[in-house]
Ligand binder design. Sequence first.
Ligand SMILES: [Fe+2]
Ligand SMILES: [Fe+2]
Length: 206
Amino acid sequence: MSAEGPEQRPERAKFREMKEGTAEDWALIAGHFREFAGGVAGRVLEHLRLLDGDFGGFPVDRLEHSLQTATRAYRDGRDEQYVVMALLHDIGDTLGSFNHPDVAAAIIKPFVREQLHWICQQHGHFQGYYYFHYLGIDRETREQFRGSPNFEACAEFCEKYDQASFDPDYQSEPLEFFEPMVHRVMARPLATLYSMDDPDAAEAAE
Ligand SMILES: [Fe+2]
Ligand SMILES: [Fe+2]
């Protein structure tokens, strides 16, 4: 039996255009999706490690900043979803140089409560309160959110954890400490684009 033979080829859907797809095709794809989606926490952790050694002029590199932010939140008694949001809040720095909070917010959106998603998405405006004025930007851009029920929570995240986490002498927990938390939080989506007609996903979302 040749390794090149058709027996060795992974089974694939038969369509060339989606409109030719069949239930059989989609059962096959759904099976692959479940397996692949189950590995999302591992892929996110792998991507977070890309921040290692990336200083960008800051006193600590971006991985240490992430670990320090998460460690401070953890030691302050925050729950697991919060700590994971803190750990991942800057993961978008590599791919979203001009909108990094959007990248992180999109990644955590299915797995955390709405307020944590909001904090993650808007933290750039709130963090700006501490430095925008040095760059000729209005430091009060966070004021556009003053009426939001999440304003104080986001201001608190930045004050207590994010802006405070550039200390080279702080003893942060290592990434391994947070890995099980990331796996637990990302094990099951609270909400997903695909849960409507998927009994497995619906069950997982319960
Ligand atoms: Fe940030
Ligand atoms: Fe940050």
